[in-house]
Design a protein around this ligand. Structure first.
Ligand code: ADP
Ligand code: MG
Length: 892
C-alpha cells in the first residue's frame, strides 16, 4: 500500500495499519494518538473530533485527527462500546534518544469481547468473549471473561444450542475459524455479534495448562483459537486465566434465550433494563462478584437434586439465623471485587489503591469464617474451607503500602516509611533539604526585611526565591542571581540554593524510582497468589449469593420447595409472581394455586383479557427457576418435580412489541418446544394461534394441545381466548380446565385474578357488553348468534347463518337507524378480536360487500371504547387495521 513520496513516518504507519485492517489504529505521536486516512474520517465522526489533514499543501492531503493521550481511555471505550476494535500503537523508545524513526508497536488490540475496563457501572456484569469451531455437525464452543479469568468450554450439537449460549452469555464478540460456515456467521451477525477470525494457533507453553484435561478435538481447537486470539490481542500477562472448565448444557435447566427474555429474568422486555426483572428482585448481593455469580446461577438453574438441595440447605440455615446473616452482610460489604483485582494484578495494571482494597478484603475473611463457625449447622463447611485469608499477601501489603496511596504508581508516595532502608535515607535527604529551604526562607526574610519573600518550586525552573515587584527596591544589589521575570514578581536563585536543589531533586528521583521498583516487587508477590485469590473469590461470591437468597426469601415470605422423588406431581399452594407482587404491593396481589397431579399434564386456562392468565403462567415458571437455583419460592407451600427444560411461547398478538410479530415466528417457536420438550419439561403456551384467522388459529391450538397431550406429556399451561377449546377436557384425559374469575360489583366488572376450576363463562363478552349498557335488542341478537355458533362449533367448518339470522355488526353502521330507546354512547368490546367483524363474524357469513375496507375501519375506530382496552389491545387492533388496509390496497 506504500504510496510514492510518502514520508518515513507514513510508511511506518501504513506498515502497522496493514496488520490491523479491521481496527482503528491509534498511532502515538508525542502527546497525542493520531488516526489517519479512513480511520480519521470515520473516527472524527464517531468521536466528534475535528478532522484536519497532513501535508495539506500537497495534492493528496492525508486526513487526520487525534485524541490527547491522557484522555485516550474515554475515546477507546466509546469506539469499543459501539462494536469497533482499537489497536493502540505506542512509541517504544524515547523520541529524544531515538536515532531516525521512533520505533512503534501495537501494544494492545482492544475489542468488544476483550475490554476489561468496563467502568464501575458494569461491575455486576461479565464481559464474555466467545469462540466457535465447527467439526462436521458438531460445534466446539468456549468463552472467557478476561477481567475475571473465567474460561469454559463445551460441545454443542446444533446451531440453536450455539445461539442459546451466545444469547444467554450476552457476548459481543465471537472468535471463529475457517471451519464455521457462512450461514452460521451470518446468523451470528444478525444478532449483532462482532465476528473475529482466528485460524492460526500459537498457545505459549506457559499457558498450555489452561487446556489440560480437555480431550474432545473440537473443544481443544476452539480453546486454542480463543487463547491465541487473546494472546495476540492483549500482548500482556495472562496469569489470571483459569484452567478451562468443561460444562454440559444438560447439567442445567435448559431455557432458550427466547424464554429467558420472555420471563424477564435479567432484562426488562420493554426497557431492556434490570428493573422489573427477577434479577432485580433477587439481587441483595453485597459484592460485585456475588452479583455476577447470581446472574450466572439465574442463567443456569440446576437439575441435580443433590446440588439443588445443598444450596437450599444453606439458604435455610441463613434464613433461620437472622443475626449471623446480618453480620455476614455487613462484612461482605467491605469485600472488594477480588476477581477483577486478580485480573488487574496479572495485567500489571494494579495500583496502590487496588492493593489496599485487596488487603481490606482479605482482612474480612477471618471475620466471615468466624461467623460461619457460629452457625449451628455444618452445611457451610465446604465454603469455610475455601475461605483462605492468604495472610502472606495481607502482610506484605500491610508492611509496604501506605494506607491512602495515590492513583499513580510512578510518582512516589506509595511505599510506607520503614519498609526499605535506602528509601528511608532518600526520604530523609528530601526532608532535610526541605527543612533547609524553610530555614533559608525565614532567614532571608529577616535579612532583607521582605516579609512576603518566598521560596517556591516549579518543574521547569526548579527552586527559586520569589520577590514581588513592589519589594524589589528593598533587595540589596547582587544578593541573588536573577532567574525569571514575571508580571508581578522577579524570581532569583543563589549558588547555595542551586546546590540544595540538586540534592533534593536527586533524592526525589531516586526515591520515586526505588518506590516503583519496590511496588513492582510487592505486585509480583501478589501475582504468585492469583489462583488462591481467585478460588477465594469463588467462595465469597457463593456465600454472597446464598445470603442474598436467604434475605429475599425472608423479606418476601418465600418457602423451601420440596421435590418429588419420582413422578410429576406438582402442587403450588398460594403461589405468587414475586415481581408483579413487589410492584403491585402485597395487599393487592392475589395468590393462586397450581395443582397438577401426576395425571394432569395440561391446564387449559381461559378468562377475559387482563384477568391474569399470563401472570399465572409466568409465576409458575419463575417458581420452578427459583426452586432449581436452590432458592426458596413465593408460595405457601410448593411441591414439584425437577424439570429439565422450560419452554415459553407467547402468541404473536402479545409479542407485537418485539417486532417479531409474524405468525411464522410464533409457529417456529412453538415447533421448537414441540421438537425438544420431554415429559420432564415445563411448557407455557400463552394464547398461541392468536396471530392468524380464528379457525386457523383454533385448529392449530387444538392440534398442538393434542400433540402435547398424547406424545410429550410435559407439564403444560395453555392459555387461550378460544373458549371452544374448553370442551377438550371431555376427550383428553390429562387436560383440566381452569379459568380466571370475574364478578359484577355495583354494575362494574371486577377481575378477581383468582384461578378457579372449570372453563370460563362463555357469554363473558356479552356480559361485558351488557354492563356497558348496549341495547337489549342487540344483546339478544348476540346471544342468538352465540347459541348458533355453539351448536355448530363441533363441525369446525364455516357455516352459513340462516338469512333471517344475518349477522349483526357490533360496530355502529355509518347511518344508524333511529332507535326507540336512547342509545348507549359506545358499544363495549371485550377483546380486540370481538370488535373485529371481519375476522370473527365474517367466517360465518359474507361480510358487508358495499362498505369499503376503509369505511369499515373508520367505523370501527369510531366505535372503539378506548377506556376498556389496554395499550397492547390498541396496538393489536391498529396492527390488524394496517394489515387490512394494506391488503385491500394490494388487491386493488
Ligand atoms: P392476561 O394474560 O389474562 O391478559 P395478565 O396476566 O397480563 O392478564 O395480567 C394483567 C394485569 O393484571 C397484570 O399486569 C397485573 O397488574 C394484574 N394481575 C395479574 N395477576 C394478578 C394477581 N394474581 N393479583 C393481582 N393482580 C394481578
Ligand atoms: Mg396475556
Amino acid at each position: 500500500m506504500a504510496k510514492v513520496n510518502q514520508t518515513p513516518m507514513m510508511v511506518q504507519y501504513q506498515k502497522i495499519k496493514d496488520q490491523y485492517p479491521d481496527a482503528f489504529l491509534f498511532y502515538r505521536l508525542g502527546d497525542f494518538y493520531e488516526m489517519f486516512n479512513d480511520d480519521a474520517v470515520k473516527g472524527a465522526q464517531l468521536l466528534e473530533l475535528t478532522l484536519t489533514s497532513r501535508n495539506h499543501s500537497s495534492k493528496n492531503p492525508i486526513p487526520m485527527c487525534g485524541v490527547p493521550h491522557r484522555a485516550v481511555q474515554n475515546y477507546i471505550d466509546i469506539l469499543v462500546d459501539r462494536g469497533y476494535k482499537v489497536a493502540i500503537c505506542e512509541q517504544m523508545e524515547d523520541p529524544k534518544l531515538a536515532q531516525g524513526m521512533v520505533k512503534r508497536e501495537v501494544i494492545q488490540l482492544v475489542t468488544p469481547g476483550t475490554q476489561t475496563d468496563t467502568g464501575a457501572g458494569n461491575a455486576k456484569d461479565n464481559n464474555y468473549l466467545t469462540a466457535l469451531t465447527q467439526v462436521k455437525n458438531k460445534f466446539g464452543f468456549a468463552y472467557a471473561d478476561l477481567s475475571t479469568g473465567e474460561l469454559k468450554v463445551t460441545s454443542l450439537t446444533d446451531f440453536d444450542a450455539v445461539l442459546n449460549e451466545v444469547m444467554s452469555l450476552q457476548t459481543k464478540e465471537t472468535v471463529v475459524d475457517k471451519s464455521v460456515s457462512k450461514d452460521v456467521l451470518e446468523q451470528l451477525q444478525t444478532v449483532g455479534i462482532l465476528i473475529s477470525h482466528q485460524d492460526e494457533t500459537e498457545v505459549k507453553s506457559e499457558l498450555s495448562y489452561l487446556t489440560q484435561g480437555v480431550t474432545a478435538p473440537e473443544q481443544l481447537t476452539v480453546l486454542n483459537h480463543l487463547l491465541t486470539y487473546i494472546i495476540t490481542t492483549q500482548k500482556r500477562s495472562l496469569a489470571h486465566l483459569q484452567r478451562a472448565v468443561m460444562y454440559e448444557p444438560t447439567f442445567f435447566l435448559k431455557m432458550d434465550h427466547y424464554s429467558q427474555r420472555n420471563l424477564e429474568l435479567i432484562q426488562n422486555m420493554r426497557t431492556g433494563k434490570k428493573s422489573g426483572t427477577l434479577l432485580w428482585l433477587l439481587d441483595e448481593t453485597k459484592t460485585a462478584m456475588g452479583g455476577r455469580l447470581l446472574k450466572q446461577w439465574l442463567d443456569r438453574p440446576l437439575v441435580s437434586r443433590k446440588h439443588i438441595l445443598a444450596r437450599q440447605k444453606k439458604v435455610s440455615v441463613l434464613v433461620d439465623q437472622y443475626f449471623e446473616r446480618n453480620s455476614l452482610q455487613e462484612e461482605l460489604t467491605k469485600v472488594y471485587d477480588l476477581e477483577r483485582l486478580a485480573g488487574r494484578v496479572a495485567f500489571g495494571s494494579v495500583n496502590g489503591r487496588d492493593l489496599i482494597q485487596l488487603k481490606t478484603s482479605l482482612k474480612q475473611i477471618p471475620k466471615l469464617q468466624h461467623i460461619l463457625n457460629e452457625l449451628p449447622d455444618a452445611v457451610f463447611d465446604d465454603i469455610y474451607d475455601r475461605l483462605d485469608p492468604i495472610d502472606n499477601v495481607t502482610d506484605v501489603i500491610d508492611e509496604a503500602i501506605v494506607d491512602e496511596p495515590p492513583l499513580s504508581v510512578t510518582d512516589g508516595g506509595v511505599i510506607k516509611d520503614g519498609y526499605d532502608k535506602t528509601l528511608d535515607s532518600y526520604r530523609q535527604a528530601m526532608h532535610n533539604g526541605k527543612q533547609w529551604l524553610a530555614e533559608m526562607e525565614a532567614s532571608e526574610r529577616k535579612a532583607t526585611g521582605i516579609n512576603n519573600l518566598k521560596i517556591g518550586y516549579n518543574r521547569v525552573f526548579g527552586y527559586y526565591i520569589d520577590v514581588t515587584k513592589t519589594n524589589l527596591d528593598k533587595l540589596p544589589e547582587g544578593r541573588y542571581e536573577r532567574k525569571q521575570t514575571l508580571t508581578n514578581s522577579e524570581r532569583f536563585t543563589t549558588p547555595e540554593l542551586k546546590e540544595k536543589e540538586h540534592l533534593i531533586l536527586e533524592a526525589e528521583e531516586k526515591s520515586t524510582d526505588l518506590e516503583y521498583k519496590l511496588f513492582v516487587k510487592v505486585r509480583e508477590l501478589v501475582k504468585k497468589n492469583i489462583q488462591r485469590i481467585q478460588s477465594l473469590a469463588h467462595a465469597v461470591s457463593e456465600l454472597d449469593v446464598l445470603q442474598s437468597f436467604a434475605d429475599i426469601s425472608e423479606k418476601y415470605r418465600f418457602v423451601a420447595p420440596t421435590f418429588t422423588k419420582s413422578g410429576h406431581d406438582l402442587e403450588i399452594v398460594e403461589g405468587r409472581h414475586p415481581v408483579v407482587e413487589k410492584v403491585l404491593g402485597r395487599q393487592t396481589y392475589v395468590p393462586n394455586d397450581v395443582k397438577m397431579p401426576e395425571e394432569t399434564s395440561i391446564l387449559l386456562i381461559t378468562g377475559p383479557n387482563m384477568s391474569g392468565k399470563s401472570t399465572y403462567m409466568r409465576q409458575l415458571a419463575l417458581t420452578v427457576i427459583l426452586a432449581q437455583m436452590g432458592c426458596f419460592v413465593p408460595a405457601k407451600s410448593a411441591k414439584m418435580p425437577i424439570f429439565d427444560q422450560i419452554f415459553t411461547r407467547i402468541g404473536a398478538a402479545d409479542d407485537l412489541i418485539s417486532g417479531e410479530s409474524t405468525f411464522m415466528v410464533e409457529m417456529k417457536e412453538a415447533n421448537e418446544a414441540l421438537a425438544h420438550a420431554t415429559a420432564n419439561s415445563l411448557v407455557l403456551f400463552d394464547e398461541i394461534g392468536r396471530g392468524t384467522a380464528t379457525y386457523d388459529g383454533m385448529a392449530l391450538a387444538q392440534a398442538i394441545i393434542e400433540f402435547v397431550h398424547d406424545r410429550i406429556h410435559a407439564k403444560t399451561l395453555f392459555s387461550t381466548h378460544y373458549h371452544e377449546l374448553t370442551v377438550l377436557d371431555k376427550s383428553l384425559a390429562h387436560l383440566k380446565n381452569v379459568h380466571v374469575g370475574a364478578v359484577e360489583k355495583n354494575g362494574e366488572l371486577v377481575f378477581l385474578h383468582q384461578m378457579q376450576d372449570g372453563p370460563a363463562d362463555k357469554s363473558y363478552g356479552i356480559h361485558v357488553a351488557k354492563l356497558a349498557g348496549l341495547p337489549d335488542s342487540l344483546l339478544k341478537r348476540a346471544d342468538k348468534i352465540l347459541t348458533h355458533l355453539e351448536k355448530t362449533q363441533d363441525q369446525h367448518a364455516s357455516v352459513q347463518v340462516a338469512a333471517e339470522d344475518k349477522p349483526v355488526q357490533p360496530e355502529p353502521q355509518p347511518q344508524p337507524k333511529p332507535q326507540p330507546k336512547p342509545q348507549p354512547a359506545e358499544p363495549v368490546t371485550e377483546t380486540a378480536e370481538a370488535t373485529d367483524a371481519d375476522t370473527q363474524l365474517s367466517l360465518f357469513g359474507e361480510p358487508e360487500k358495499k362498505a369499503t375496507k376503509a369505511d369499515k375501519v373508520a367505523a370501527q375506530v369510531k366505535a372503539l371504547n378506548l377506556m376498556g382496552l389496554t395499550p397492547m389491545d390498541v396496538m393489536n387492533q391498529v396492527y390488524k387495521w394496517q394489515q387490512e388496509l394494506t391488503q385491500s390496497r394490494k388487491k386493488r
